[in-house]
Every structure is written in structure tokens, then in C-alpha cells.
Write a protein that binds this ligand. Structure first.
Ligand code: UDP
Length: 239
């Protein structure tokens, strides 16, 4: 018997950094096709998938701010970086035989269609993957917040935050070797313990909308599928 997914519709947040693989910058072909293969396994379970793609592998608004660049301008550049990633992801999906659409929160209609909620939902119902690019379309926000926002808008049952780390730890595992990983933690406890699951805006939105978050490693083979099957994988933040 085929395993039954725990969720009908998910919002997957992929950081731009995930696309770099071991490179210092940009998009690694091998890495992106491996990530797409993981997504394909989940698509084959019949799960409806929205993806919010980051841009940190190309440009991050907060970093140049320190060098004196106008923050809003830098953030628009960061959002445009996510559009490039979105196109690369769509193309990698096409090569893997997955049907996807890119929708952008900023209007660049010659390149990608604009974000239209009703259309996005229609695509999901038709079994297409929808890649949400350009974040929220506003400077001073992040693609984590876009993930919370789009997740709530499309009625996703969970936000899956794919990172380089395999969950949320009691302390930074790189600095503190005694740090342990939470299998699950409530929103309230994560706040009380001052754990950075997502940025504060994204976290607050998920909490308000009672949208659980599962943090897991995109580089762990099969992890995405296990999360979708409702198995304990990474860290689940619940209401
Ligand atoms: N960004 C923005 N508004 C948004 C989403 C993103 O201004 O709603 C900009 C911001 O400058 C950010 C960059 O786009 O640094 C790339 O996004 P992010 O850092 O979230 O990407 P990730 O860390 O997931 O790769």
C-alpha cells in the first residue's frame, strides 16, 4: 500500500543558500536537481506544494546595508535575486518532469506571472507546483515571512522550513557541542526559550494563524518525504 501523506497542501520554504551546495555563491546544478528529486517524491504522493524561494545565495539586502547602501534598494535587489532562483528552480523541475509555475510578488510580467492568490490555488488544485518569488514584494521583510504569508493565504496545513541544519537546537550546535535537538516544541516554549525558528515576523504570523512549522535539513536524503508522511523528522513547532 502507498503511504498516506499527513498533509494535503504544504508550503515549502527553500533558502537561497540551499541552492549553492558547497559553492560560495549562486546556483549549483547538481544540488538543485537533488533538491528537485526530493520534492518530486512528495509530489508523487499527491501532496499540493507551494514553494517560497529565498535569495541569499545571490544577494541579501541586510548585508550591504552595513556598507552604506540604501536598505530598501538593497532589499529590492534581494527580491529580484529570488526571482532568478525561482526561474532556475522551475527549469530544474521541468527537467525532472514536474509541472510548475512561478508567481512573483513584484510585477515583471515578461519574465514571470504576477502573484494572484486565486490562480495559485487553482494551479495547486490542478497538481502544479507553485513557486512564489520576490518574497512579500516589500523591503524590510524576508522570504521566511513570505513563506508564513503565502502558507496562510493558500491554506497550507504546515510550513516546512528546509535549512542546512536538521532542526532547532537548545543552542547553536556549531558553538556548543552539548546542544541537543528538539523533536517538537510549542510556539510558546520556543518564545520562552528565545529560540530563533524563523525571523520574528514570520514566527508571529505562523503562531497567530496556528500554522505549524517543521524545520528539517534539505541535505538529508528522504527527510522532506518523512516530514510529509508525518514522521518525526527535524523539529516540529506546534500550536
Ligand atoms: N527580501 C525583501 N522582502 C521580502 C523577501 C526578501 O526585501 O519579502 C530581500 C531581502 O533583502 C533578503 C533577500 O531578499 O535579504 C533574500 O531573501 P532571504 O534573505 O529571505 O533569502 P534566504 O535567506 O532564504 O536565502
Amino acid at each position: 500500500t502507498t503511504p498516506q501523506p499527513a498533509y494535503k497542501r504544504i508550503l515549502l520554504k527553500l533558502s537561497g543558500e540551499a541552492l549553492m551546495g558547497s559553492d560560495a555563491y549562486g546556483i549549483n546544478r547538481q544540488t538543485i536537481s537533488e533538491i528537485v528529486a526530493e520534492i518530486k517524491e512528495v509530489a508523487e504522493l499527491g501532496v499540493e506544494i507551494g514553494v517560497v524561494i529565498g535569495g541569499g545565495n545571490i544577494f541579501r539586502g541586510v548585508a550591504p546595508a552595513a556598507t552604506g547602501m540604501d536598505r530598501a534598494t538593497a532589499d529590492y535587489m534581494g527580491m529580484l535575486a529570488t526571482v532568478m532562483n525561482g526561474l532556475a528552480l522551475q527549469d530544474a523541475m521541468r527537467m525532472a518532469g514536474l509541472n510548475s509555475r512561478v508567481q512573483s510578488a513584484l510585477d515583471i510580467e515578461q519574465v514571470v506571472e504576477p502573484y494572484i492568490r486565486g490562480k495559485a490555488i487553482r494551479y495547486l488544485e490542478q497538481g502544479r507546483i507553485v513557486i512564489f518569488a520576490a518574497g512579500t514584494g516589500n523591503p524590510f521583510f524576508t522570504t521566511d515571512t513570505a513563506a508564513a504569508l503565502r502558507g496562510a493565504e493558500i491554506g497550507a496545513q504546515i510550513v516546512l522550513k528546509a535549512t542546512k541544519v536538521d532542526g532547532i537546537y537548545t543552542a547553536d550546535p556549531k558553538k556548543d557541542p552539548s546542544a541537543t535537538r528538539y523533536d517538537k516544541i510549542s510556539f510558546d516554549e520556543a518564545i520562552a526559550r528565545n529560540l530563533a525558528v524563523m525571523d520574528a515576523t514570520a514566527f508571529a504570523l505562523c503562531r497567530d494563524q496556528k500554522l505549524p512549522i517543521n524545520v528539517f535539513s534539505i541535505f538529508k536524503s528522504g527527510a522532506l518525504k518523512r516530514v510529509v508522511l508525518g514522521e518525526a523528522e527535524g523539529t516540529l513547532v506546534y500550536c
